[in-house]
Design a protein around this ligand. Structure first.
Ligand SMILES: NC(=O)C1=CN([C@@H]2O[C@H](COP(=O)(O)OP(=O)(O)OC[C@H]3O[C@@H](n4cnc5c(N)ncnc54)[C@H](OP(=O)(O)O)[C@@H]3O)[C@@H](O)[C@H]2O)C=CC1
Ligand SMILES: O=C(O)CCC(=O)C(=O)O
Length: 435
């Protein structure tokens, strides 16, 4: 049996034994959308589970000379629309079920945005804060090596997610290139996206997810005659997505009044200086201890009165209890899956609108697609062109989602899923399935 087939078989056995929360939440959201569209019976079945679940266990020699065994995942949910695509997460809470949900979300995100990719996600269960740079490099290279031919520039293309960045992507690219005897080395750089500019990355990818969050907010603001200049917002997570969204919102005159990361929560009703906070986080590793702010509890953070809340950290953060405390008009999901089913029910009851993950955080994969195209064609696009293309695609998807929501009287998440699943269903309908 090929390595690929054997790891798929082992993985699907393992999937029976994992916890279910985030994946179940995703499935419930997907099934809610199915009530509003006609979907072929076999398409319902296909989309209900990932196509491939790859699990690799690999040892790495740490700086102290001891070996540690790591577990890595690559879940390939669907590729009817194009090559599998999605980030790699390094976080201690990574589980098979989490990565399954994240991979499925990628499938629908790409379909909603009309990015010609399918959906995948990967992860390794580790706390990056506890490993040295050289250990993270070894873990990355060993993981990439063990994924082997399960990834490829026309087959499955990783990107950054929580706990990974452009450096991790460059290590993945370099390992992959060293493993394969490739003739057109430069074009093969598209094995990963989210690389550094010097190693073949795209202008605008680093800020792309945060930029897309802001484009989504601007569409909502236009639709609702809402002025962003002077608006207040709160932010959970000050990493890639959160910090870039905040930097762009500052330029538009919006005021950050509270921010939370794993080190704590801080607030200032008069507004927090995003540039100075960014310097503080770079220097200290977290928002805690930033001057000119009060320390607040997590409950006080969530209850803070503001116009917009941007969760940009992890999934399942806004549950029933948190939602009942919230005092904002709009939630914009920079993170994937931050709202639970019960949380969403309470938000709907309270009339708080949600721009869901599929829409709000799609800027990252859109510019990843631009990076992949640039690598393939040996081109280097200017930032203005990238921003304009991204803006166009975000606006188009936003209005597709809103048009469905209005026509079928649904919430935005149901509409986003329905538009995406409808497109995938049409392709399966035209192509049929191999018997
Ligand atoms: N990067 C991308 O392009 C994309 C990311 N996303 C999604 O956006 C979210 C954030 O990703 P990204 O910004 O890349 O990740 P990063 O690792 O850059 O940042 C994550 C942020 O969340 C904080 N955080 C982690 N755990 C907690 C916690 N328990 N409570 C509060 N804050 C916490 C982190 O703090 P600390 O660093 O101190 O641990 C950090 O500030 C994820 O859901 C991801 O899937 C979606 C689309 C694209
Ligand atoms: O840039 C990409 O390819 C994927 C980004 C990602 O993982 C996500 O959108 O959740």
């Amino acid at each position: 049996m090929s390595k690929k087939a054997s790891s798929e078989k082992q993985a699907s056995r393992n999937s029976q034994t994992q916890g279910t929360d985030f994946f179940d939440t995703h499935i419930a959201q997907y099934e809610r959308a199915l009530q509003h569209i006609d979907v072929l019976p076999h398409v319902r079945l296909i989309l209900g589970q990932p196509k491939n679940e790859i699990i690799v266990n690999f040892p790495v020699k740490l700086d102290n000379g001891e070996y540690q065994l790591f577990t890595g995942y690559r879940i390939q949910h669907n590729n009817i629309m194009g090559p599998y695509k999605g980030g790699i997460r390094f976080h201690h809470d990574v589980t098979l079920n989490e990565v399954k949900a994240l991979a499925a979300i990628m499938t629908y995100k790409c379909a909603l945005l009309e990015v010609p990719f399918g959906g995948a996600k990967g992860g390794v269960a580790l706390n990056v804060h506890k490993f040295s740079r050289s250990e993270v490099e070894k873990i990355t290279r060993r993981f990439t090596h063990d994924l082997g031919n399960n990834i490829g520039p026309e087959y499955d293309i990783p990107a950054p997610d929580v706990g990974t960045n452009s450096q991790v992507m460059v290590w993945m690219m370099d390992t992959y290139m060293n493993m394969h005897n490739l003739s057109d080395k430069n074009a093969q750089r598209r094995i990963v996206t989210g690389k550094s500019l010097t190693s073949g990355g795209s202008r605008g990818r680093e800020k792309a997810t945060g930029q897309g969050v802001v484009y989504s907010i601007q569409e909502w603001a236009d639709e609702n005659n809402f002025r962003l200049d002077g608006a207040t917002y709160t932010l959970q997570g000050f990493g890639n997505v959160g910090s870039h969204a905040a930097a762009i919102l500052s330029k538009l005159g919006a005021s950050l009044v509270a921010v939370m990361d794993h080190t704590g929560s801080i607030a200032n009703e008069e507004g927090i200086n995003v540039r100075k906070l960014t310097e503080h986080v770079k220097a200290t590793g977290g928002v805690r201890g930033y001057t000119s702010c009060n320390d607040v509890t997590a409950d006080e953070f969530w209850a803070m009165k503001c116009d917009i809340c941007i969760p940009a950290a992890l999934e399942l953060q806004i549950d029933e209890r948190v939602a009942s405390m919230m005092n904002c008009r709009l939630i914009v999901e920079g993170a994937n899956g931050p709202t639970t089913l019960d949380g969403e029910r309470v938000l709907i009851e309270k009339g708080i609108e949600v721009i869901p993950d599929l829409m709000a955080n799609a800027g990252g994969v859109v510019v990843s697609y631009f990076e992949w195209v640039q690598n393939k064609r040996s081109e280097s696009w200017q930032l203005q062109e990238i921003d304009e293309r991204l803006h166009f695609m975000m606006r188009r998807a936003y209005h597709d989602m809103r048009a469905f929501a209005r026509e079928h009287n649904t919430d935005n998440r149901t509409a986003a899923y329905a538009v995406a699943v409808g497109r995938i269903n049409s392709v399966y309908g035209e192509r049929g399935i191999f018997p």
